[in-house]
Design a protein around this ligand. Structure first.
Ligand code: HEC
Length: 199
């Protein structure tokens, strides 16, 4: 009997207890939801509106179109090649950096014999090079493997007509001839000494 009694007691004690807590079915507050969605939409909009791929005011002034290069079949653009390949050293104004990178502006090498100019850009230059009366002793990289004849012609025509220069245009045939005349060469031209062999 005592066993039965105890059971009963136990049940009553259990009933007195509070029920186990359960998580309430409280919905996410609507205003907060609106704020979250609003922020996400604003973020996406902000990224979209401030697309700065073509803003050349920052960095090294190369735009997306410069880096992508010309569209296939497009006419080669000498200015674009200059901006992609040469501007880092010779600067956008063609004035170079005093004592480090010689100027292309009013340079006798640029406006002079176009075949000699083609040789300079095809193979590069090291050793002492005198430009507008100042001696440079740097390293101009070769571009023979980077630019084809048409690209080289457009580039040389560009630098001969910019920065105050008044040189005649250069065509792809001249570049091709310059290329084959020096096809065995693997080293850059050795400054004034070697380039003096051209007129
Ligand atoms: C890494 C830097 C650098 C880059 C890039 C460069 N050059 Fe040069 N360039 C030089 C230096 C340095 C010299 C002088 C070499 C020497 O002192 O022997 C030079 C010399 C020249 C010269 C003969 C001297 C003069 O000022 O007229 C020409 C022309 C020239 N560069 C054109 C170009 C063209 C065109 C490009 C782009 C295809 C180019 N360079 C890219 C550094 C550079």
């Amino acid at each position: 009997m005592s066993e039965h009694y105890r059971d009963h007691d136990h049940e009553r004690a259990q009933r007195r207890e509070n029920p186990d807590p359960t998580e309430g079915e409280r919905p996410f507050p609507k205003p907060l939801l609106a704020v979250v969605f609003g922020l996400v939409a604003w973020g996406i909009g902000y990224i979209y509106i401030t697309q700065s791929n073509d803003d050349a005011a920052f960095g090294d002034h190369r735009t997306l179109s410069t880096l992508q290069g010309p569209a296939p079949g497009a006419k080669v653009d000498g200015a674009q090649i200059y901006n992609a390949q040469c501007v880092a050293c010779h600067q956008a104004s063609g004035s170079g950096l005093p004592g480090v990178f010689p100027p292309l502006a009013e340079s006798e090498w640029v406006t002079g014999d176009p075949a000699r100019l083609a040789q300079i850009v095809l193979h590069g230059v090291s050793g002492t090079l005198t430009v507008k009366g100042a001696a440079y002793n740097g390293m101009m990289p070769p571009f023979k493997d980077k630019l084809d004849d048409a690209e080289m012609a457009a580039l040389l025509t560009h630098i001969r007509s910019q920065f105050g220069n008044r040189g005649k245009p250069v065509d792809a045939k001249l570049v091709l001839e310059a290329r084959s005349a020096s096809s065995a060469r693997t080293a850059p031209w050795n400054g004034d000494d070697e380039l003096a062999t051209f007129k």
